[in-house]
Write a protein that binds this ligand. Structure first.
Ligand code: ATP
Length: 222
């Protein structure tokens, strides 16, 4: 059974930070297909206006068009209400079966907030994680990423996780493994792009050309 990746996000908009890093993850973990799963309404980002799901979906479709093994899933957009990852994982588990190797992919900045997610414990029972390093989340003067992650797992998830430095994996006797993966840093964020667009600064180099053209055509983020 092939490895399957689940990469959730707001994707408002999708950018090169998402694409370059997830392609590295795909290659390193021999993942056949990574599903990019835009949240309908992310529970933790309710304080600002988010581009309509149809636009975020359209930009994702444009972004993955030429990329083998990346697909866009509309599952969270189709579900009404807030988007909970635990339900998304259940859905993919049902679709691919109990023996499928599912990997939930996210950046370190998002992972260290995971204890606030709905029924987070069940997520750790059901799916392995790949945590990507991200510029800004492992700044100088702060501990190395694996120490940050170990402290977080101990404090918030379970003190049973043990780090294996040869594989970069945190293993647990009862819960799914957490893989820390140092991707090539790409210092790009959707927030930064939205700010650049609204202040009329150059932004096209931060996302695929087709996505930049769509943003201009629709007048998004102005
Ligand atoms: P925003 O700036 O609006 O918060 P974002 O750039 O963080 O958005 P999201 O759609 O929220 O984008 O991110 C989806 C996932 O991708 C998250 O797990 C996030 O940590 C990860 N991610 C986003 N950008 C990068 C990047 N440059 N490097 C590594 N991971 C990233």
């Amino acid at each position: 059974m092939a490895n399957i990746g689940l990469f959730g996000g707001t994707f408002d908009p999708i950018h090169l930070g998402h694409l370059k890093t997830v392609l590295e993850v795909k290659a390193r973990f021999h993942i056949a297909t990574v599903y990019l799963i835009p949240a309908s309404r992310p529970p933790h980002k309710t304080n600002r206006a988010i581009a309509p799901p149809a636009d975020r979906m359209a930009m994702l479709q444009l972004a993955v068009q030429q990329l083998d093994g990346l697909e866009v899933s509309q599952t969270e957009i189709n579900r009404s209400g807030l988007s909970y990852s635990v339900e998304t994982v259940d859905e993919f588990r049902h679709r691919f079966g109990e023996t499928a190797d599912l990997f939930f992919i996210l950046g370190l900045d998002a992972f260290v907030e995971i204890h606030t997610w709905k029924t987070c414990r069940r997520l750790f029972e059901n799916v392995a994680f790949i945590v990507m390093t991200r510029p800004g989340s492992g700044r100088r003067q702060t501990p190395p990423d694996h120490e940050t992650l170990q402290a977080f797992l101990d404090a918030r998830i379970s003190d049973g996780y043990v780090f294996d430095s040869t594989t970069g994996q945190f293993q647990h006797p009862a819960l799914q493994p957490v893989n820390l993966f140092a991707v090539t840093p790409v210092d790009v964020s959707s927030t930064g792009i939205r700010e650049k667009i609204s202040s009329r600064a150059p932004f096209k180099h931060l996302l695929p050309e087709s996505v930049a053209a769509y943003i201009n055509q629709k007048g998004l983020y102005r």
